[in-house]
Each structure stands twice: as C-alpha cells, then as structure tokens.
Design a protein around this ligand. Structure first.
Ligand code: ASP
Length: 214
C-alpha cells in the first residue's frame, strides 16, 4: 500500500512523479522531496520557489519544512533567499541532532556550506506583479488584504515500507514584511506526520492557522 496527497492544482505534476516513485517501491522521503522540488522549480507558480511573489522590498523569501513520520525528525527553513530548493535544505536539516529550524542568514550560511544550489528566485514575471501591485496601492490607496496572493504546496506521502513523510514549501504572503514567517515551516502547524497515525499539512493565512493549532 502507498499513497500521496497534496494541496492545490500546482502540485499535480510533482505529485505524479512522486507517486511513480512510490509505486515502484521508492521511499516516501525521496518521493516528497522530488515532488515538492518539481513545484519549486516551476516558474509560473506564484507562491512557491522560483517565480514566487516577493515581499514588500521585492525580495523572494522562502519557507519550507520536511518531517519523517517514523523517527519524527524534522528540518525547516524560514525567510531563506536565493536557494533553488528550500525543501532539500529542510530535508538535510532533518538529520541534525539540533539546530533543525534555521531562518534567514543562518539558513543561507548552512545551505551554502552544504553546497546547495543557489539561484536568483525573483523572476521578471514576479517583478511585474510586484510593480503592478505597488502602482495599484499608490493609485487607489487600496488596502492590501492578507488574502491577496499566497498558497503553499503541502504534501503527505506513505511508502510501501510504511514510512510516512510530510513537506511544505511557500513564498508566503505576497508583499509580506521582510522576515515574516508563516505557519508553513512550523512543525505542528503547517505540517505534522506520524507514520502510525497519519499526516496533515495546512494552507491559508499563516497568522490564522497558527491561532487554531491545526
Ligand atoms: N500558509 C502560508 C503562509 O501564511 C500561505 C498559504 O498557504 O497560502 O505563509
């Protein structure tokens, strides 16, 4: 028996690849990292990885987490800039004994030392969205609502050996304050998995989700 679920339409291609891995007997760890990386790499998804929408200073800051449901080991990064696959950094952090959740410069230093691939994550398309939004805000003085422009890819996988894993990746809220981290990389809020029970991931406004202890 194996299975895999994910949030949003943007996950379909990655999920299909992950499911192939699981069907062939591959691990839930490999499947989830592969599947989420695929979503991170796709430039037209505006809320995850490459092409993600920037913060109010036009910088793309990314959050991601990975959890192993058998050992309960986890790794997470928050507000990390210019690394190609935050989910891979999160997975790598999950094998550490401590220092499993790193943010900002600390996360970037770790990723650099470990040889993770760097990439400018701000695309021309994202810049256009940013400039249009700034223009609108200036023109109409319309208030930016927290619900305009976000979504997280979250996945849970079960492999044929009975291992369950969960992962999340997001650029968080469009026009967020620099340094803002939502629920997505927070274990027990953005995601949780226990191979004996099941797993879940969340998507929606992080500030609301964290109030609910989902
Ligand atoms: N939960 C994400 C965050 O607040 C955004 C989302 O899932 O839509 O960072």
């Amino acid at each position: 028996m194996w299975g895999m679920i994910a949030t949003w339409r943007m996950a379909v291609e990655g999920l299909t690849e992950g499911a192939n891995t699981l069907e062939k007997g591959g691990s839930a760890e490999e499947a989830i990292v592969k599947a989420i990386s695929e979503v991170e790499d796709f430039p037209y998804y505006k809320s995850v990885g490459y092409g993600g929408l920037p913060n109010e200073e036009m910088e793309v800051e990314l959050d991601a987490a990975y959890m192993n449901g058998t050992t309960l080991d986890f790794g997470a990064v928050g507000a990390v800039k210019d690394f190609k696959n935050p989910i891979k950094i999160a997975r790598r952090l999950s094998v550490e004994k401590a220092n499993n959740f790193l943010v900002g410069v600390g996360a970037e230093k770790f990723a650099h030392k470990e040889g993770f691939e760097r990439k400018t994550m701000l695309t021309d398309r994202a810049k256009i969205h940013y400039k249009n939004r700034v223009h609108k805000l200036n023109q109409q003085e319309n208030e930016l609502t927290p619900y305009s422009g976000h979504d997280t890819v979250g996945m849970v996988a079960l492999d044929q050996q009975g291992l369950m894993t969960a992962g999340t990746s997001t650029s968080g809220l469009f026009m967020k304050k620099p340094g803002r981290v939502g629920d997505s990389p927070v274990i027990g809020s953005g995601l949780y998995v226990d191979s004996e029970i099941g797993g879940a991931t969340a998507t929606g406004l992080g500030e609301d989700l964290m109030k609910g202890m989902v």
